[in-house]
Design a protein. Structure first.
Length: 65
């Protein structure tokens, strides 16, 4: 959905693709005893948190008065 709606920048789109293919990557590389694909989801989560913090910092402060 994120890729289809063009809601991610270039880096986010690049990171979202391996998240989509993660089960296949994990099975394929797991057969070769390569554990790397397990780090794809946490890296994508860190990217999303970074983007949310940047968006929050750009949002103007609410004026209660």
């Amino acid at each position: 959905m994120l890729l289809d709606g063009n809601r991610l920048d270039r880096t986010g789109a690049w990171l979202a693709r391996p998240v989509y293919w993660l089960p296949l990557l994990q099975i394929g590389l797991g057969q070769l005893d390569i554990p790397g694909p397990g780090f794809i989801a946490p890296v994508f989560a860190l990217y999303i948190v970074q983007q949310l913090r940047a968006a929050h910092a750009l949002r103007p402060a609410l004026n209660p008065g």
